[in-house]
Design a protein around this ligand. Sequence first.
Ligand SMILES: NC(=O)c1ccc[n+]([C@@H]2O[C@H](COP(=O)([O-])OP(=O)(O)OC[C@H]3O[C@@H](n4cnc5c(N)ncnc54)[C@H](OP(=O)(O)O)[C@@H]3O)[C@@H](O)[C@H]2O)c1
Length: 184
Amino acid sequence: MTSAAGAASVGLVWAQARGGVIGAGGGMPWHVPEDLAHFKSVTMGAPVVMGRKTWESFPDRFRPLPGRRNIVVTRNGEWSAAGAERAASLDAALALAAEGHPDTIWVIGGGELFRDAIAAADALEVTELDLDVDGDAFAPSTSGWDAAATDPAEGWHVSRAGIPYRFVTYRRAPGSGGAARAIA
Ligand SMILES: NC(=O)c1ccc[n+]([C@@H]2O[C@H](COP(=O)([O-])OP(=O)(O)OC[C@H]3O[C@@H](n4cnc5c(N)ncnc54)[C@H](OP(=O)(O)O)[C@@H]3O)[C@@H](O)[C@H]2O)c1
């Protein structure tokens, strides 16, 4: 995928409980510190693109996410927040993020933005939690994607919070087509 600013790829990163739950009541209904460390290591140094509700879900002390360019997608032209750059659409956000950044741009949620962004994605980094929990925000479908690697290769890690989890890297399945959107 290329742009005037150079080549960039788009990754989506999320954590999901059984049934694809990623959020509830404007937050994440679990605390898995190992997943937060994984998220930090995946995204550090890269631009992160998020929906306005995901930005608002972060406690003040965690926003902007340090060491990363924070780009927030909102249809509200009046919206602003210290440390965030506003974009009016996903395409505008990806174009902004690609400026001077030839590597991976990470879309970090939430459910609404993921539904749009998965068409533009080249890779998915998913933390699966072996947990039943009610939610109102959901991961996008991974139909047309293959699990290329899992950590651990079999079974689960167990969080110090007691929740089993594993990291799954998805690539597009052969023949399923490439990312449907160019960063312009
Ligand atoms: N488990 C995880 O990994 C993870 C990751 C991130 C978030 N979450 C959870 O997910 C939930 C938030 O997700 P959500 O689906 O409710 O909201 P969201 O996707 O974070 O934000 C939705 C808002 O973003 C803007 N937006 C989204 N798509 C847009 C588009 N294509 N063009 C322009 N603006 C767009 C709109 O803002 P305006 O209304 O301002 O126009 C929309 O109301 C929270 O519970 C959060 O904790 C979980």
